[in-house]
Design a protein around this ligand. Structure first.
Ligand code: AMP
Length: 368
């Protein structure tokens, strides 16, 4: 029960209104630790409730310290604009009865509204590292009062090459602070980043809510690279797939595939890092509303997308890193629903398929 945590009444009321009755495992374990003021190293993927696991105790600590000051006291760093928007939405919903103010900072959009928000004074900043560093360098933001730092999806921030930006941001923070690091995996790199940031952390690992083997039906089609598009098109036209998220490895590949599927008469859009924020938001909204059936995405763009009840994920190309396969299919079969993961595998990709099967601990059935 959330009431068992020492959270203030306005937060408990918001939690109740959001329909959260039981804390998820990561929430049950992380919230008391963060409220105690300890540093935290947590392995948890999207879908486990990790956002509220750090947002609830963070908001509690902010409100307990009282009135708003000019400089922010909490900083949440995330890898992508989409995740920034999603985390901000969660914080806003949880803080709806608290007098706290937040600023959302990411690139690809005009800096002016962000600068205005900052100059009005904020308690909490949610940011991607690149744009935050810009604001830091132009002295538009003062990070010297940060008491609480969260690195969310830290593994992805490293994959995206944000390590130098992160180090420069860290150098602008007070040494005396509480730090939380969330990551889907604990690689060597993550452990070394954590060693440099966290002091005597509590470590928590929870299983993904939708552990892939239980809820997702995996299938492989062996097909030559040149035959993938027509196979996918016929699966979409003749099969009974209502909606699917299709993964390609590159932005270029995503664009090209989306164009070809459109020519086949399928309502389709591509989403990747080169698209403007407005275009990405529109594509995602169209997809959620069912106006488009196929959303073609790169791994990075898809990270942090919260799409419920997605019946199918298609790997048009297998990822280089086997863990990305698990991330991809983590988007289907959510909330206990069963989902389907289809992979189109060319001869050149057979090694990657074997690496994925080793990670899953099982072979993937070949479609007839
Ligand atoms: P996250 O892993 O933070 O992306 O959260 C995944 C989804 O679970 C979000 O849509 C949350 O609103 C929802 N959620 C988080 N905590 C709970 C909870 N305790 N009970 C029910 N739903 C939750």
């Amino acid at each position: 029960m959330f009431k068992e945590f020492s959270l203030c009444e306005p937060l408990l009321r918001a939690v109740e209104e959001l329909g959260y009755t039981q804390p998820t495992p990561i929430q049950a374990r992380a919230i008391p630790v963060v409220l105690e003021g300890r540093d935290l190293l947590a392995a948890a993927q999207t879908g486990t409730g990790k956002t509220a696991a750090f947002a609830l105790p963070l908001l509690e600590r902010l409100q307990a310290k009282g009135a708003r000051q000019r400089s922010p006291r909490a900083l949440i760093l995330v890898p992508t604009r989409e995740l920034a928007a999603q985390v901000s939405e969660s914080c806003r919903a949880l803080a709806r009865y608290l007098p706290l103010r937040g600023a959302l900072i990411f690139g690809g959009v005009s800096a002016n509204p962000q600068l205005q928000a900052l100059s009005a004074g904020v308690d909490l900043v949610i940011a991607t590292p690149g744009r935050l560093l810009d604001h830091l360098q132009s002295r538009a933001i003062d990070l010297s009062q940060i008491e609480l730092l969260v690195l969310d999806e830290a593994d992805r921030m490293l994959d995206m090459g944000f390590i130098r930006a992160i180090r420069r941001i860290l150098a602008a923070l007070p040494k005396q602070r509480q730090s939380l690091l969330f990551s889907a995996t604990f690689s060597e790199e993550i452990r070394s980043l954590a060693n440099g940031i966290l002091r005597d952390p509590v470590t928590i690992e929870v299983a993904p809510r939708n552990a892939p083997p239980e809820l997702v039906d995996h299938r492989v089609y062996h097909v030559e690279a040149g035959g993938k598009h027509s196979l996918l098109s016929s699966l979409l036209v003749d099969g009974d797939v209502r909606q699917c998220l299709v993964f390609t490895r590159t932005k270029h590949g995503a664009n090209r595939l989306a164009e070809r599927l459109q020519r086949d008469g399928l309502a389709c859009a591509a989403i990747h890092g080169n698209k403007s924020q407005a275009a990405r938001t529109r594509a995602l909204d169209d997809f959620k509303q069912g106006r488009i059936r196929v959303l073609v995405a790169t791994d990075i763009a898809a990270r942090g997308l919260d799409i419920s009840e997605l019946p199918q994920v298609v790997n048009f190309e297998l990822p280089h890193v086997p863990e990305d396969y698990v991330h991809r299919i983590g988007r289907t079969g959510r909330a206990g629903a069963s989902g389907e993961a289809i992979s189109l595998v060319s001869r050149e990709e057979r090694d990657r398929l074997r690496a994925i099967e080793r990670l899953l601990g099982r072979t993937i059935a070949v479609a007839a």
